[in-house]
Design a protein around this ligand. Structure first.
Ligand code: BG6
Length: 501
């Protein structure tokens, strides 16, 4: 296990939701497992004036009520500064120096930017102005939350700005999907078994689907979401990273750059989307009001903070091709949406049918192809669908499930994504963070779609009733594959059922 040096975590945007809901509970869990090392401190920073005591009290809200909570919160401190005022950073430096002295620790500092994105290049600049980027007396690392830019140009600019003040090795661009245990397991499944790699290519795979379905709508985030939409919020980042891991070549070693180089190569091989054929490869939708089990459910345009004439998509599906030796001719289908019937993220590897059909099938379809389903969440696990003989006379083939659920490993603790990612950053491991060139490339891939949607008001935006599986048009995207989309239910093995809310 890697060693954790004494350190200070400085969280910008400390009065925000992410800090109390995700970051502090993640650090608490690390503390509980003795993974944080000693000494350590957490310094919350934001504009809101507050004492350490008030900050501690606020942060307790999402922590379990027990004795260790008291010990943990004694490590929390708070400093209020005008984060957009350069002069205030001297005050911050003094506070950090004082903490350092109190802890008698080297200046190992992790700065977490959990602020509105317009602060992402300002804060690093002002930190550098007081020398807080200098690693002579200890590491200085920067975690940058999403969204990393809002398009290709702005992502390039942000990278350029950050690199003026911090080196690439100091910058950790977070994509919380990479911190999910089952996403990392994808690498182990692929590269710790000799079974899959020989089959993991265009010769044996027919197509690959990646679905990230959410049951929730935009909740209290209408204002943010209406400026973003499913494509920028989920597809460009989380789903593209999954494409990278599913499609990449085996890395030479499990190290940050080796893996990120392979993901970049996948992105570089993705066939550029053409304006003329965009409507054949991209479908967008927006949920409309509906009645679910007798209850009226609001449409997206009625949500708080959303423009009543909004054309922002809450559903997006895309077909893409990876033009390389492994994947030539094999389509990848990715989709994501809010207010779908269930919450499920999964990757479905659809294998080709056998070349010759020997048996009858009880399901009416001869020789149903094998499917490998990698369930990212919930009910994390792996399901392999194979044809077996139905007991009795004749040779009737029935598709059965060979399934594994993570929950069966009941004695293993599964860390949350933020827990894993924060610890990795504290330990200087950037493997599960996105590198600057990867993020830029992922934006470049989707940019033709963003341009078309911005410039062509005729590009269809299909309505879909809240609680359904998105616009019917997403079916035509995949219609030349007999299997169509897999409709994931809440539980992994309840597959094949069309979920209703
Ligand atoms: C976030 C998006 O990045 O991911 C949210 O901004 C989305 O809109 C969330 O709900 C989904 O994350 P998870 O871990 O619940 O799949």
């Amino acid at each position: 296990m890697k060693k954790t040096e004494p350190h200070i975590v400085v969280i910008f945007g400390a009065s925000g939701d992410l800090t109390k809901r995700k970051l502090i509970p993640a650090i608490y869990n690390l503390h509980q497992q003795n993974l944080l090392g000693h000494p350590f401190a957490i310094l919350g920073v934001s504009r809101t004036a507050m004492t350490d005591e008030v900050f501690r009290k606020r942060m307790m809200e999402f922590l379990p009520e027990d004795k260790t909570r008291e010990d943990f919160i004694s490590h929390l401190h708070y400093e209020s500064i005008q984060t957009s005022e350069k002069e205030d950073y001297a005050k911050l430096k003094d506070k950090i120096d004082a903490l350092k002295k109190e802890l008698n620790a080297p200046a190992n500092i992790l700065f977490y930017l959990s602020t509105p994105p317009n602060m992402y290049s300002i804060i690093p600049n002002y930190l550098a102005s007081v020398g807080l980027n200098n690693e002579n007396d200890g590491f200085k690392r920067l975690i940058v939350e999403k969204p990393f830019g809002t398009n290709f140009e702005s992502a390039k600019l942000l990278n350029k700005d950050l690199l003026k003040y911090f080196a690439e090795e100091q910058i950790y661009r977070i994509d919380h999907y990479l911190g999910k245990e089952t996403v990392q397991n994808l690498l182990v499944l692929r590269f710790a078994n000799s079974l899959w790699e020989p089959l993991w290519n265009h010769k044996y795979i027919d197509h690959i689907q990646i679905t990230s379905a959410e049951k929730l709508g935009v909740e209290q985030r209408g204002g943010y979401y209406d400026q973003s939409g499913a494509f920028k919020d989920m597809l460009q980042n989380h789903l593209m990273q999954l494409v990278g891991l599913v499609a990449m070549e085996p890395p030479t070693v499990i190290e940050a750059d080796a893996i990120r180089n392979e993901v970049l190569k996948v992105f570089q091989s993705i066939r550029p989307l053409q304006k003329e054929t965009l409507s054949e490869s991209v479908v967008r939708g927006q949920y409309t009001s509906s009645s679910i089990k007798g209850e009226e459910v609001k449409g997206y345009r009625e949500e708080e903070g959303v423009n009543p004439e909004s054309r922002t998509e809450t559903f997006a599906a895309m077909k893409l091709h990876i033009d390389n030796w492994r994947w030539g001719g094999i389509p990848f289908y990715i989709r994501t949406g809010k207010k779908l019937p269930t919450r499920a993220t999964e990757i479905v590897i659809n294998f080709k049918p056998t070349p010759h059909h020997l048996f009858d099938s009880v399901e009416g379809v001869q020789n149903k192809p094998n499917q490998l389903i990698i369930r990212i969440q919930p009910d994390e696990g792996i399901l392999l669908k194979v044809g077996l003989k139905e007991p009795g006379a004749g040779f009737n083939v029935k598709t059965v499930n060979l399934d594994f659920h993570y929950s069966d490993l009941s004695d293993s603790y599964v860390p949350t994504a933020y827990e894993r990612l924060l610890l990795d950053c504290i330990q200087g491991d950037a493997t599960l963070y996105a590198r600057g060139d990867n993020v830029e490339k992922a934006w470049e891939i989707v940019q033709p779609v963003l341009d078309e949607w911005e410039n062509n008001s005729e590009f269809p935006l299909h309505g879909y009733p809240a609680g359904s599986w998105g616009p019917l048009e997403s079916e035509s995207l995949i219609s030349n594959h007999e299997s169509g989309w897999r409709y994931p239910c809440k539980n992994l093995s309840n597959d094949g059922e069309y979920c209703e809310l």
